[in-house]
Design a binder for this molecule. Structure first.
Ligand code: 7PM
Length: 284
């Protein structure tokens, strides 16, 4: 069930086996802590978090330099690289996980790939000038995420006639753009972009219709951990959204997601391992 045409992702020196689902742990890079190119204590704290996520079962660690959060300040390519490069180097050396770099910046894609990153995670789906070519040159897989506009303004009354249909059309167009620069389907991961230019109803409609995205023949990444779509239903602040996040994790797996982007790796691994136990019982 839900088999994509390509059962593995080749992420540099690592291979991600897509016959089962995986957890991508979020490594929060606080904007100020690496502005000097790598303060030892901040770098060490990040490494400790990365090691803990690896021990808890994460297959991928997602490192963000330029903040993708709504309303976040724009940083220069050099600032972004100064923040993220020391981490990619350090985690690449000390951990045995795939490093994903959350970036839309061509130079950051190129340089972090050189330093050992295994996945390009672009919330702008390679729409920035030169991003398609840079991603193609890395030879790494790319995660194409749906968003409309820019993080600063994307939540200003987004409107869709058919949110799932429009997300699918957008992702199809980005797949076609990738094909033109030689990024083929076996290098593409798709992400509907929960919380990006979508209101609460949009997010739940899209989540319900996640299986329709499987028709695009690429593995699906879902990032809902602690997001406002959970807060809006539960009326709970971000630090009390774990059970809501785990509920959506189960349902994302049921709907065919192959990568879950989460803050709480150990707890999500329990969900994933139970899901896998049920799945393998079905197949026997
Ligand atoms: C507010 C909104 C705060 C969003 C933080 C976020 C995704 C991502 C992010 C995602 C992929 C967060 C997000 N979300 N990359 N980067 N998919 N591929 O929760 O859903 O960290 S930022």
């Amino acid at each position: 069930m839900h088999a994509t045409a390509h059962p593995v992702l080749h992420c540099g020196k690592h291979t991600l086996d897509l016959s089962h689902a995986h957890v991508m742990g979020i490594l929060n890079v606080t904007p100020d802590s690496f502005s000097d190119g790598g303060h030892y204590t901040s770098l060490d704290a990040a490494l400790q978090r990365a090691l803990a996520m690896q021990a808890a079962g994460a297959s991928i660690i997602d490192i963000g330099g330029e903040s993708t959060r709504p309303g976040a300040a724009v940083v220069s390519a050099q600032q972004e690289l100064d923040r993220v490069a020391p981490l990619v180097e350090l985690i690449g050396r000390e951990c045995d996980v795939i490093i994903s770099v959350d970036t839309s910046t061509p130079d950051v894609m190129r340089e972090t790939a050189r330093l050992g990153a295994g996945l390009v995670n672009d919330v702008r789906a390679l729409q920035r000038e030169g991003a398609l070519e840079a991603a193609a040159a890395t030879a790494l897989p790319v995660c194409l995420m749906h968003m409309r506009g820019e993080p600063q303004t994307m939540q200003d009354e987004p409107h869709y006639a058919d949110v799932a249909g429009e997300v699918i059309t957008f992702l199809q167009e980005r797949i076609a753009a990738c094909a033109e620069v030689g990024i083929t389907l076996e290098r593409i991961v798709l992400d509907p972009g929960f919380g990006f230019a979508k209101n609460i109803q949009h997010n739940y409609q899209l989540f319900q219709r996640l299986p329709e995205l499987l028709a695009l023949q690429c593995p699906l990444l879902v990032g809902v951990s602690r997001k406002s779509m959970i807060g809006a239903v539960l009326h709970k602040p971000v630090d009390q959204r774990l059970y809501g996040s785990l509920a959506l994790a189960v349902m994302a797996l049921e709907r065919g997601a192959k990568i879950l982007r989460v803050h709480d790796v150990a707890q999500t691994m329990d969900v994933l391992n139970i899901f896998n136990a049920v799945q393998s019982a079905i197949r026997e």
